[in-house]
Design a protein around this ligand. Structure first.
Ligand code: SAH
Ligand code: DHB
Ligand code: MG
Length: 221
């Protein structure tokens, strides 16, 4: 098995289960045209996030790491009419591209984008009593995973779902040498979830168009 097969199977999943989606195609095209890195979740993963929003009945979603808003749009689509996504992004260029994508996808009324360091924005959200959020997707700078998980817990209630992206990293999550800060961030997510009594979690290894990686998924007790 290799990335070529994984990508072909991802294409099969999308073509057999999803309707044609010119809007999301245009979002990805805009992201590439504007020079954003191709590190959006895959379509199959985006649909999983959307389904998790629906399965959990989430009305308030928090995302840490917007990029061009591809994952944001998938989650926004899973919300009821009165639902909302708050999404946090450091890079003003990414944020600008994301805003135009939210307009393009017709979800701008359900998305609030805050530009700045996510740790700063998370502190502000706490001060505004913006929580509790029903589902929180962590997908930003990986070394901050434990800080984001701690903030996520403060903005949670019993039953909040927390999803953390990129925790397998081609299996490099097993590396204990501490040389790769992103791997350390993945391992820190496992330590945090495994070590916190309020969190009950697992991880799903994924292969597909984006290679071999995975999500950690936890629920707050
Ligand atoms: N969730 C997106 C991908 C996010 S990529 C999707 O699947 O479509 C990670 C994003 O996190 C990048 O846009 C990067 O600029 C942003 N980021 C990195 N460090 C950050 C920080 N300290 N605060 C907020 N955002 C940050
Ligand atoms: C990277 C970040 C991501 O969020 C992702 O899904 C894939 C790669 C990265 O920084 O390389
Ligand atoms: Mg990611």
């Amino acid at each position: 098995m290799n990335t070529k097969t994984w990508t072909a199977v991802d294409d099969y999943i999308v073509s057999s289960l999803f309707e044609a989606d010119p809007v999301l195609d245009a979002v990805l095209a805009a992201n590439r045209r504007q020079g954003l890195p191709a590190i959006d979740v895959s379509a199959a993963q985006g649909k999983l996030l959307s389904l998790l929003v629906r399965i959990s009945g989430a009305k308030k979603v928090l995302e840490i790491g917007t990029l061009g808003g591809y994952s944001t749009i998938w989650m926004a689509r899973g919300l009821p009419a009165d639902g909302k996504v708050v999404t946090l992004e450091l890079d003003p260029h990414h944020a600008k591209v994301a805003r135009s994508n939210f307009e393009r996808a017709g979800v701008a009324d359900r998305v609030e984008l805050r530009v700045g360091s996510a740790l700063q924005s998370l502190t502000e959200l706490g001060g505004e009593n913006a929580g509790p959020f029903d589902l929180i997707f962590i997908d930003a700078d990986k070394p901050n995973n434990p800080n984001y998980l701690a903030c996520a817990l403060r903005l949670s209630r019993s039953g909040t779902v927390i999803v953390c992206d990129n925790v397998i990293r081609d299996g490099a999550v097993l590396d204990e040498d501490g040389r790769d800060a992103n791997v350390e961030g993945a391992r820190a997510a496992f330590s945090f979830i495994g070590g916190d009594k309020r969190l009950d979690g697992t991880a799903i290894q994924t292969v597909g168009a984006k290679g071999y990686d995975g999500f950690a998924i936890a629920i707050v007790d």
